[in-house]
Design a protein around this ligand. Structure first.
Ligand code: BGC
Length: 438
């Protein structure tokens, strides 16, 4: 039996665009209209949360959760610059109240990859004015919802946002290998975070403000110097840039020489959010494609395969380096996302049990981890992969909106309600399923 500390936060994470449906005001809707969703799927009603979130919130409550993470969609709230939508403000208040009335503490992200198209046309976070536009949005959101929430995530994964949008062409605006713009976008999100951090604290004395960063374990494909060097560069630039900015105001290593600085962000963090899924392999030379030498070898545990690319090696030990690195900030840590695309629930139980066992061992070693949020409650619209990758504890049929619990839903409910992983769960699901590769 592996027992968690009293008051440990057990949650699920969600995001506006992937769950709500029916929004046409953000850059992702435009991206989809231009035929850029690789799976060809349409976001459509998504999980229909704009109309019926309460039904899934009942499901979250039935799992015994005491926390839930959502995001509020800037483009719904401010579809035109300075024009605030009263209906959207009201609906978010309803959703926030519905979460709280079901006994769950709510964490709200202000930016989860999406923003209004008008903001995108202005250059988003690469532009000089971008951070101030975001600050104004944060100010309005906290003014409107501050009586219902004190835990704010300014940005979800600035590293994924910048890399996928400006280096890999996978997210809007779809730029490929535009290093200058990627850096501008990344630093811009941190400038915006610093501004919003101050504003939120001015409005709310008991606020907690954090960033959720994505952490990937990179592993060199061989012992060669070039593979190892490239691996270290990826680790520094992707995993440790937010850490470095929060500690020193500069990018890590030699990047600090070429990239600008964000001195105003230093120390502006009340909690650390970590989103942890995968291990990826790195080899040099990187070849002509845009993957930059990153690949997933045969024979490692994997969930569902994306349309063109594998999602990554499911790797529960990733929590170790992620937590050890970000503990340097000496702030409470929340695992704000963890999961695996796995339609048939083949390896999810292992990912869940093993990741939680690892988190528990980190807590035992004295790391201040306060909560775990599974990605996600129900299958949802997975960005460029559409409905292809299934992350839910509950399966969703997007045509009928029917939900069906997977085995992992019951497993998570048992862990949450006991605040512990039972011996039998450890025995049944704690083993490495590398023989069961996908
Ligand atoms: C993102 C989510 C996404 C999940 C699974 C995270 O990087 O924040 O929006 O659905 O990974 O890929």
């Amino acid at each position: 039996m592996v027992e968690f500390p009293a008051g440990f936060q057990w949650g699920v994470s969600t995001s506006a665009h992937q769950f709500e449906g029916g929004n046409v005001h953000n850059q992702w809707h435009e991206w989809e209209s231009r035929g850029r969703i690789r799976s060809g799927d349409a976001c459509g009603a998504a999980c229909n949360w704009w109309l019926t979130a309460e039904e899934d919130l009942d499901r979250a409550q039935s799992l015994g959760l005491n926390a839930l993470r959502i995001s509020v969609e800037w483009s719904r709230l401010e579809p035109k610059p300075g024009r605030w939508d009263k209906h959207a403000l009201r609906r978010y208040r309803e959703i926030l109240k519905a979460i709280r009335s079901r006994g769950m503490r709510v964490f709200v992200a202000l930016h989860h990859f999406t923003h209004p198209t008008w903001f995108e046309y202005k250059g988003a976070f690469t532009s000089h004015e971008g951070p101030e536009h975001f600050r104004l949005f944060a100010e309005r959101a906290v003014t409107e919802f501050g009586d219902l929430c004190t835990d704010w995530i300014t940005f979800n994964e600035p590293n994924v946002y910048a890399a996928f949008g400006y280096l890999f062409g996978e997210f809007p605006p779809g730029r490929v290998r535009d290093m200058q713009a990627a850096l501008a976008a990344f630093l811009g999100t941190h400038r915006a975070h610093a501004l919003a951090y101050d504003t939120i604290h001015r409005l709310q004395s008991d606020a907690g403000v954090g960033i959720a960063t994505h952490y990937v374990v990179f592993r060199a494909a061989s012992h060669s110097l070039s593979d190892r060097l490239l691996t270290r560069i990826y680790d520094a630039v992707f995993n440790r840039a937010t850490l470095s900015l929060l500690k020193t105001g500069a990018m890590p290593g030699t990047m600090s020489v070429v990239a600008g600085r964000v001195p105003e962000v230093v120390g502006k963090i009340d909690f650390v959010g970590l989103n942890i899924y995968n291990r990826l392999y790195v080899r040099w030379p990187t070849g002509p494609d845009k993957t930059g030498g990153i690949f997933v070898p045969q024979g490692v545990p994997q969930g569902d395969h994306g349309v063109d690319l594998p999602y990554g090696e499911a790797y529960p030990d990733a929590v170790f380096p992620a937590v050890e690195a970000y503990a340097q900030l000496k702030k409470p840590i929340y695992i704000l996302e963890n999961g695996v695309p796995d339609r048939s629930d083949r390896i999810r139980p292992w990912v869940l049990v093993k990741t939680l066992e690892n988190i528990h061992s980190l807590v035992q070693r004295g790391f201040d981890i306060r909560g775990y949020f599974h990605w996600s409650l129900v299958d949802n619209f997975e960005w460029n992969e559409g409905w292809r990758l299934r992350f839910g504890l509950f399966e969703v049929d997007p045509r009928t909106q029917k939900r069906t619990p997977r085995l992992s839903a019951r497993l998570y409910r048992d862990i949450v309600t006991q605040n512990a992983i039972s011996d039998s769960a450890l025995e049944h699901f704690g083993k490495d399923p590398s023989s069961r590769t996908g």
